[in-house]
Write a protein that binds this ligand. Structure first.
Ligand SMILES: CCCCCCCC/C=C\CCCCCCCC(=O)N[C@@H](CO)[C@H](O)/C=C/CCCCCCCCCCCCC
Ligand SMILES: O=c1ccn([C@@H]2O[C@H](COP(=O)(O)OP(=O)(O)O[C@H]3OC[C@@H](O)[C@H](O)[C@H]3O)[C@@H](O)[C@H]2O)c(=O)[nH]1
Length: 464
């Protein structure tokens, strides 16, 4: 008694007319056009594999002849988009990075928030440069999660050398959510006295004119200025690997994404207009997300605020980097991105040099009969040349390692990239410093275990 719907990917559901079903996916097919059927027929959508089979397979159950052509075209369009992204990043980088800083002593004051967890051999050097910034009006807020953090004595010793600096140390944070960095920064955010806020991670080193540079980018209508993540020169293979990752693959997407107004804000060195962030509910509104930096950008853009990239990159300078730590951090970021933007799971593994090269050369071989080895070789030459150029642009000059050493490290980085992605997929747990998390789809934190909260007893030391 039910109407058969040809090619509709619907399955029959034996439910009388008008009766509610608990199934979420259903479609009501009007039966009025079929003589002699008094019921309104209800159908449930089949699972996705059935739909795919219906769409893809011919009546005789074979793959349709157009499918390989379609996939080859798709791969080619994807590869060409990535070739274009290289070019956009290079042009945007050339126009935007490393501008000479113009000093304007009338600009507003800046409150710098520096969350610190644990001692790092480069912390002294990193902290000192924030005490010597060439800016006419700023305050520094140092935030420790624990009063007995091993870095406390060092920080106090360094700050004692700057008696005229406006600085405050906060301990214990304030629990507003599950993101420990947000919790740690909350007391500083609440007591910040200037209209511009800078969040600066403990591993960041800054040139003395870099703060003025960020302020210059904060024009009317803008609420967020980020520094493109890069690395200060440090010796050793792991450091070279990290510098090449941030100077090539990461910089490419970051610069092209910002040029095309995509949200890809990274918060390790970022400046906010406090009034705009307060409009979004303040820092605490983002305490439920682990990738708070991305959601800052998203929320501000949704409210019509503009975001810019400052002309100096963020110079990461934490000590003791190892290849394992590099892989753990990058795979943690992969997990953040997949949770926030699940569709990225399809493009991320094929947007690296070798995977994209294989796809592109198979595609042109199939479509135009080109020699895949020749295309693959040209692909590598184009990719490497633009990576090398972009990396030098990020560095603003010669790289610290020789060309052969660079080439070798670049090959290693590109080869391990898809494996880091797979490694990230293998374990959903996210470990970050002293905490472990799981994320829900959309990016909200679901607390897993081992999260020790030290944020109940806030106190502050005023040094001055
Ligand atoms: C046909 C076009 C293909 C476009 C391919 C783009 C694929 C993007 C794949 C990988 C993303 C690379 C990583 C970007 C940097 C993100 C670093 C990061 O994870 N940082 C986190 C920690 O600080 C942070 O929480 C997350 C920030 C935002 C992540 C959003 C990434 C999406 C970027 C999409 C930009 C597309 C640019 C297209 C330009 C035309
Ligand atoms: O539990 C924590 C973890 C980290 N932090 C602080 O957060 C900053 C960044 O920490 P790490 O260097 O370990 O981590 P990442 O460089 O990977 O962070 C990056 O990814 C996650 C984002 O939320 C950050 O904004 C971004 O900088 C540091 O200053 C650290 O002291 C805390 O205050 N509490």
């Amino acid at each position: 008694m039910y109407r058969k719907v040809k090619n509709a990917n619907l399955q029959k559901l034996d439910t009388p007319s008008g009766e509610a079903s608990s199934s979420g996916l259903r479609a009501a097919v009007p039966s009025s056009s079929v003589a002699g059927e008094p019921h309104e027929s209800l159908y449930v959508l089949s699972p996705i594999p059935t739909i795919l089979r219906h769409i893809m397979l011919t009546n005789s159950g074979e793959w349709p002849s157009w499918l390989p052509t379609f996939l080859a075209l798709l791969s080619l369009v994807f590869a060409c988009s990535l070739y274009t992204i290289h070019a956009i990043a290079l042009v945007y980088g050339k126009l935007h990075l490393w501008k000479k800083v113009k000093f304007d002593r009338k600009r507003e004051g800046v409150s710098i928030i520096k969350p610190i967890v644990g001692l790092d051999a480069n912390l002294e050097e990193n902290l000192k440069c924030f005490c010597e910034l060439d800016y006419h009006q700023y305050e520094l807020h140092i935030c420790f999660q624990k009063r007995d953090d091993p870095a406390v004595p060092l920080v106090k010793r360094v700050l004692a050398n700057y008696p005229n600096l406006d600085v405050k140390i906060h301990y214990g944070g304030e629990k507003v959510g599950l993101n420990p960095k947000i919790n740690n920064m909350m007391p500083a955010y609440r007591s910040a006295k200037y209209p511009l806020i800078v969040v600066s991670d403990s591993g960041i080193w800054m040139r003395s004119d870099a703060l003025m540079d960020m302020v210059n980018c904060m024009q009317p209508g803008y609420a967020l200025v980020t520094q493109v993540p890069y690395c200060k020169n440090r010796k050793g293979f792991a450091n070279n690997l990290e510098q090449i990752y941030f100077g090539t693959s990461h910089a490419r997407i970051y610069l092209a994404g910002n040029a095309m107004k995509f949200v890809c804000s990274t918060g390790m060195s970022s400046m906010f207009r406090k009034s705009a962030l307060d409009e979004c509910g303040g820092l605490e509104a983002f305490g439920g997300y682990l990738a708070e930096d991305y959601f800052f950008g998203l929320e501000l853009m949704n409210r019509g605020w503009l975001c810019d990239v400052s002309t100096f990159p963020a110079l990461q300078n934490s000590a003791h980097l190892t290849v394992d730590r590099f892989i753990d951090r990058i795979s943690r970021w992969v997990k953040l991105r997949i949770a926030m933007l699940p569709h990225i799971i399809i493009v991320e593994p094929i947007q690296d040099c070798f995977t994209c090269g294989v796809l592109a050369s198979l595609a042109t071989s199939y479509l135009f009969g080109w020699n895949p080895l020749v295309h693959f070789t040209l692909h590598i030459i184009y990719w490497f040349t633009s990576d090398w150029t972009l990396n030098r642009m990020m560095q603003n000059g010669s790289l610290q390692i020789s060309f052969p050493e660079y080439l070798l490290t670049w090959v290693v980085r590109e080869t391990i990239a898809p494996f880091i992605f797979l490694y990230a997929l293998c374990n959903q747990d996210i470990e970050w410093r002293e905490s472990r998390f799981r994320l829900e789809w959309g990016g909200r934190i679901r607390q897993n275990n081992g999260f020790h909260n030290h944020h109940n007893h806030y106190s502050a030391d005023k040094i001055k």
